[in-house]
Structures are given as structure tokens and as C-alpha cells.
Design a protein around this ligand. Structure first.
Ligand code: PHE
Ligand code: CO
Length: 296
């Protein structure tokens, strides 16, 4: 089999920029090198230890049920057997970042795009775009949860719809994804736990988000989140906390976002680190170590 392309950030006259690709490929599993399996193994073991006491039970239980292990890079086809049986979702292999609309369309069809390639040993601790480890370790397990699975599909459908409304609704929706699917925390009887994939695939942020005095931790509110800027190059200044996946579903899937987008039109965005008087505050962050350049 011909190995699909590995599409990464590229250095151009505009600096180091993300590159988008839409191809769906076959996971070239036979072509992974020993080195690449070892990278998976190392990351898996290391991260497994860190998230054991920090990730929500729905993540940990489903990761097990899916049959992911440190042994080797999983075959998407093997994981899909479990995923299809649990929620009808399917992992599809892609070459790198997808353009927004293509990404929404896949989610709406219950297909989760997973980058086929894994980071190099030099990128073990930091990589600026999603790779196989982030996509698989971080995102795949919760797709086994029926409520979260439906949330993700509705998000995709909502994204396709928002694409017809213009750039402001789209950025509202992107913030919602960022602060839930990528960087969400959940309140449980045992304390705050992680469900966001951007956190779960990061060694440093998994500890930082729960244990550091620096960030804010604020109760989830859909309009608040839709107005809040975020960081792409550092730990988040603020994490939003949901009470349950059912609550997240009720707050996002049930309401028609049309009137909300309309209301928020022209509303000023909120800097990533601000705390508002209307916020339900778990922790008001010290702000230590926050970068001072503008948030995205
Ligand atoms: N309810 C949203 C809409 O009317 C769709 C959506 C669902 C968005 C889940 C985000 C998450 O557009
Ligand atoms: Co991600």
C-alpha cells in the first residue's frame, strides 16, 4: 500500500502555518515503524498514569472497553468494532487538519477524523497540531458514551448550519468546542475531573488544569463560553466545568442556537482570563505565568 501523506504545519512567508487536507485514507498500519510504536507506547503509559486519578470515569472505563493499550499503535478497524457496537461512531483516518466544514460534515455523519501519523520523538512533549496520539487517546474513548456521542454528532450538524450564518456564529461555536470537547472539566462526587481531549493528551496540562492556582475554573454557561476567547499556544487561562454530560447536552443540543447567535451578534468577546460577576466560580485564578499577548 502506498503510504498516505503526512500533512503538518509548514514554514511559509507568513511564518509557521497550519495546512489543511480533506483526504480520507486507509490507516497504513503495516508501515508504522518500531520507533513509531514505541512513541505510542511511551506516551500511552506516561499519560495513563497521569490521567488515572484525573480523568472522568466515563473516559477511563471506555478507554478500557475499546481495547486500547500501550502494546502498539491501535488499528482503527479494531477500535471501530467496539465503537460501532456502542454508539455507531466510526474512526476514519485522515492526513492532518481538516477544513472546518469538512470536519463538521464528518461529525454530523458520526465519523471522527483521526490523524493517521504520530509525532516524532522530538515532538514528544509538544506538537502544534493534532496527531494520532491526541486524536486517539484524547478523543476516541468518550465517543463510546451514548450522551457524549450524540452531543458530538449534534455539534457537527450545528456547525454545518452555522456555516451558512457567517463568521461570528462559527467563532461562537468554535469556542464551545474548545471549552468542552478539547478543554472541558466535569464536576463529580470525587471532585473535578477532566473530559477534554486537549487536556487528556497533555502531560503538563492534565496536572495544571486541576491542581494549579493559576487558572480560573468556572461553571459552564453556553452564552458565556461562546463569547470567551482562548489560548492556542499555552495552557488555558480558564476552564469551564459541566455538571454532567446530560447537562451539557440539555444546554447545547436542545436549544436552537439561531436566536442565541443573533443575540450575540456584535457582543464584545471576553478575554480568556476574565472572571465576571455572573460567573459560578470554582476558582478565581492567580494568573501566574499567563502570557500577556492577546488571546485568540
Ligand atoms: N443546538 C445547536 C443549534 O441549534 C446545535 C448544537 C448542538 C451545537 C450541540 C453545539 C452542540 O445550532
Ligand atoms: Co482535538
Amino acid at each position: 500500500m502506498e503510504t498516505p501523506r503526512r500533512v503538518e504545519h509548514q514554514l511559509t512567508d507568513k511564518g509557521y502555518v497550519p495546512v489543511y487536507t480533506t483526504n480520507v485514507v486507509e490507516q497504513p498500519w503495516q508501515n508504522y515503524t518500531q520507533q513509531e510504536h514505541q512513541t505510542w507506547s511511551l506516551l500511552f503509559k506516561r499519560q495513563q498514569e497521569i490521567v488515572a486519578e484525573r480523568a472522568c470515569a466515563e473516559f477511563l472505563d471506555n478507554q478500557q472497553r475499546m481495547g486500547m493499550s500501550a502494546d502498539a499503535i491501535p488499528k482503527f478497524a479494531d477500535l471501530n468494532v467496539h465503537l460501532q457496537a456502542a454508539t455507531g461512531w466510526k474512526l476514519i483516518a485522515v492526513e492532518g487538519l481538516l477544513p472546518e466544514l469538512a470536519f463538521f460534515q464528518h461529525l454530523a455523519a458520526r465519523e471522527f477524523p483521526v490523524t493517521w501519523w504520530i509525532r516524532t520523538p522530538e515532538q514528544i512533549d509538544y506538537i502544534s497540531e493534532p496527531d494520532l496520539f491526541h486524536d486517539l487517546f484524547g478523543h476516541a474513548p468518550l465517543l463510546m458514551n451514548p450522551v457524549f456521542a450524540d452531543y458530538m454528532q449534534a455539534y457537527g450538524a450545528g456547525g454545518v448550519r452555522a456555516s451558512t450564518f457567517g463568521s461570528e456564529p462559527l467563532s461562537n461555536l468554535t469556542r464551545l468546542y474548545w471549552y468542552t470537547v478539547e478543554f472541558g472539566l466535569i464536576d463529580t462526587p470525587a471532585g473535578l475531573r477532566i473530559y477534554g481531549a486537549g487536556i487528556l493528551s497533555s502531560k503538563g496540562e492534565s496536572i495544571h488544569c486541576l491542581e494549579s492556582a493559576a487558572p480560573n475554573r468556572i461553571g459552564f454557561d453556553v452564552r458565556r463560553v461562546m463569547r470567551t476567547r482562548y489560548r492556542i499556544d499555552s495552557f488555558q487561562k480558564t476552564y469551564f466545568v459541566i455538571d454532567s454530560f446530560e447537562d451539557l447536552f440539555k444546554a447545547t443540543v436542545d436549544p436552537d442556537f439561531g436566536p442565541i447567535y443573533y443575540d450575540l451578534k456584535g457582543a464584545e468577546s471576553i478575554p480568556a482570563g476574565d472572571v465576571l460577576s455572573s460567573d459560578r466560580v470554582y476558582q478565581s485564578g492567580s494568573g501566574e505565568g499567563w502570557p500577556s499577548d492577546p488571546d485568540v
